[in-house]
Design a protein around this ligand. Structure first.
Ligand code: GAR
Length: 193
């Protein structure tokens, strides 16, 4: 069995989609949702989905082993960042080598790095008159958005698109591809068990 922990800082639509996608799976399950934001809507979603949800402060994330201990106690094999905005600390990366992935709402290496999240990314794409954008799923290292790329998917940006229009297109790509890419990674991990 591959157990997943999803980390999210805000709305949590990706977290919900991932939980629902694996609901009936015999080999893959989402066992934990973790957030750094005590008012994140993902907490409500976790309640409705009946998935245990834990809130940690920025300090607990960055300067303690509490998160690692929780993940180990639940036998988590894969960490999925789905709209999680804190930098992942070195001790967590060392304990989950090649087992932390992130989704970014742009075609990295474009529009990545600190401060580039959510609507900031879509606004920049529109201001720069890009003709296409997309999503990137990548492994996480100690720098924002710089780990090895696993998957990208593109969409067209038309001249009339607003940042909200781009957000909708990105959302559709995320809902379609993120669970499938996670499933592929988990199938690889299952073979090593
Ligand atoms: C998603 O679009 C995700 O790609 C983005 O935040 C959104 C979270 O939405 N992540 C980043 O910008 C990370 N740099 P959600 O909370 O509804 O899943």
């Amino acid at each position: 069995m591959i157990k997943i922990a999803v980390f999210a800082s805000g709305n949590g639509s990706n977290a919900q989609r991932i939980v629902e996608y694996f609901y009936d799976s015999k080999h893959i399950s989402v066992d934990l949702i973790i957030t750094n934001n005590k008012s994140a809507y993902v907490i409500e979603r976790a309640k409705l989905l009946k998935i245990p949800c834990y809130v940690f402060s920025k300090n607990e994330f960055s300067n303690s082993n509490l998160v690692i201990e929780l993940l180990k106690s639940h036998n988590i094999s894969l960490i999925v960042l789905a709209g999680f905005l804190l930098l992942i600390p070195e001790n967590l990366i060392a304990n989950f080598k090649e087992r932390i992935i992130n989704i970014h709402p742009a075609l990295l290496p474009k529009y990545g790095g600190k401060g580039m999240y959510g609507e900031n990314v879509h606004k920049a794409v529109v201001i720069n008159k890009e003709s296409e954008t997309g999503i990137t799923i990548h492994y996480v290292n100690e720098k924002y958005d710089e780990g090895k790329i696993i998957f990208q998917a593109k969409c067209v940006v038309s001249e009339r698109d607003t940042a909200e229009d781009v957000a909708k297109k990105i959302h559709l790509l995320e809902q379609e591809y993120f669970p499938k890419v996670i499933e592929n990674i988990c199938q690889g991990l299952l073979k090593t068990q």
